[in-house]
Design a binder for this molecule. Structure first.
Ligand SMILES: *Cc1c(COP(=O)(O)O)cnc(C)c1O
Length: 380
């Protein structure tokens, strides 16, 4: 599609960038499953492919789509969101100082707090929605990375990417954004000055709860990006080709799915905030949300499919409500076509900032009236 530079991302991604299989003229390219490739007679590898751990054409197709979605110089897909995130941290050097959000995906926060020091990283956890706290934590010359998540799990707080990037860059640090919750349809962090974007592609990018995958996208294909690429190649964190194919298929409908889920989530959040049994609805699309004005600037086309509700009657009522759903699926994860409800504190465990009366809702693409009706009968 090189002769059509003005087509929108939605158009380009619906056709997986328009790539076809030249020999057969098939509109869906084949899945490349070879683990090794023929060397040229003069001992060169002009195909660009040597061995399957770093090199795979199906993986590169998925990466080209993600780079297009994020407006990135390059993208990388990995075996999971966690492998994507940890590849960035493992590309740092021993002694490097990193600053990370206090509210973020629980397993990554746990790794940063409990394990990252074993790799020589000095980790400081701050509330990245508080710019004074970010300024106080970032140490010029020592801090190499500021990691943030927005909207952040499971409270859906909003961090100002542009403001954090300005603070970090002035101190010589990079900014990486876990943008899983927003998806590239609603926020493109590189446009707000971020250096790296990370996704659990398990969630919205794939969208069908049938692939574990991760993605990174970068503003610049610089030395740090090359180090991350070496981490993926050396540690063998590349995604499998079948999973990459499913991811490509899922991303064709990303725009439709994210917009549908966002519209339903806003409707649910608005209605639920008037429900007598619910003390708080946490959703950046509500004017009462503390990050609403910022979200309006940083998110275009919706506020995402994720919201949380806090039940007035507390933890037991929350668990009871989750037990009463018939249509919503009681399961962890998010970003799929089917709606999920989860008592989040149960999975995060001790030390989590998640209140025990909170249910996390991942809105899918079902009829919003069915979703609302099922929640209301479960909460009553
Ligand atoms: C799920 C998730 C991750 C981890 O991704 P996996 O694909 O499960 O490894 C990281 N960040 C966020 C925001 C997530 O929702």
């Amino acid at each position: 599609m090189t002769d059509a530079p003005n087509w929108s991302r939605r158009t380009l991604v619906a056709q997986a960038l328009g790539h076809i299989d030249e020999p057969s003229r098939a509109v869906v390219p084949p899945i490349h499953i070879a683990t090794t490739y023929i060397r040229d007679p003069d001992n060169e590898y002009r195909s660009g492919n040597i061995y399957g751990r770093p090199d795979n054409a199906t993986i590169r197709e998925a990466e080209a789509i993600i780079a297009t979605l994020e407006g990135a110089a390059a993208a990388m897909v990995l075996g999971s969101g966690m492998s994507a995130a940890t590849a960035v941290f493992l590309a740092l050097k021993p002694g490097d100082h990193v600053v990370a959000s206090s509210v973020m995906y629980w397993a990554l926060r746990n790794w940063l707090v409990k394990d990252a020091a074993d790799w020589g990283l000095r980790v400081e956890i701050v509330d990245t929605t508080d710019l004074d706290a970010v300024r106080a934590a970032v140490k010029p010359g020592q801090t190499k990375l500021v990691w943030l998540e927005t909207p952040s799990n499971p409270l859906w707080t909003i961090t100002d990417i542009r403001a954090v990037a300005d603070i970090a860059h002035a101190a010589g640090a990079r900014v990486a954004v876990d943008s899983t919750g927003a998806s590239p349809i609603l926020t493109r962090p590189l446009e707000f000055g971020a250096d790296i974007v990370m996704h659990s592609a398990t969630k919205y990018l794939n969208g069908h709860s049938d692939v574990i995958a991760g993605a990174l996208a970068t503003a610049k294909a610089d030395d740090f990006w090359a180090r991350i690429k070496r981490v993926r190649a050396t540690l063998g964190q590349i995604l499998g080709p079948f999973e990459a194919f499913l991811l490509i298929r899922g991303m064709r409908t990303l725009d439709l799915r994210v917009r549908a889920a966002s519209a339903s989530a806003l409707e649910l959040a608005t209605r639920l905030s008037n429900h007598a049994a619910i003390a708080h609805v946490l959703y950046p699309g509500l004017p009462t949300h503390p990050g609403h004005d910022l979200a309006r600037r940083q998110m275009q086309g919706g506020f995402g499919g994720m919201l949380s509700i806090r039940l007035r009657a507390g933890e037991v009522a929350a668990i009871h409500a989750a037990a009463g759903v018939k249509l919503w699926k009681r399961a962890t994860s998010l970003g799929g076509v089917e709606s999920l409800v989860e008592h989040r504190a149960s999975i995060e465990g001790p030390g989590s900032p998640c209140p025990t009366d909170l249910l996390r809702l991942s809105t899918g693409i079902e009829d919003v009236e069915d979703l609302y009706g099922d929640l209301i009968q479960a909460i009553k």
